[in-house]
Design a protein around this ligand. Structure first.
Ligand code: ZN
Ligand code: ZN
Length: 108
């Protein structure tokens, strides 16, 4: 263990370091160091740790994102397919209805 009194905070040049981050090995003052899961970490490493926690989910993300994208694409395709079917069917039935209605209206 090195003598901390000769160390300065990585972020605050003029502040004495109180702890050393085990992750990056840099020294930090009381303000810059944080306790996380019984580990003393600096803010950036804490962010990296929570990032690595999310890395496992990130690993899924790169898998799920295209899956989501494809799923969304499929849903869009199905939606547009049925929309197209509906739009194609709609004018004819509407037309038929008008024809029937006009026939009913004119009485012919
Ligand atoms: Zn660190
Ligand atoms: Zn500091």
């Amino acid at each position: 263990m090195q003598d901390l009194t000769h160390q300065r905070c990585h972020h605050h040049q003029f502040r004495e370091a109180v702890a050393r981050c085990p992750e990056c090995g840099r020294f930090f003052c009381r303000e810059c160091i944080t306790e996380h899961a019984d580990k003393v970490l600096c803010a950036s490493c804490l962010g990296k740790t929570s990032g690595s926690d999310g890395a496992s989910s990130n690993r899924f993300h790169w898998f799920f994102r295209p899956a989501h994208f494809l799923l969304g694409l499929m849903l869009m395709y199905i939606l547009f397919y049925y929309l197209a079917q509906f739009l194609l069917a709609f004018p004819s039935s509407f037309h038929e209805g008008t024809l029937w209605q006009s026939g009913w209206w004119t009485g012919s």
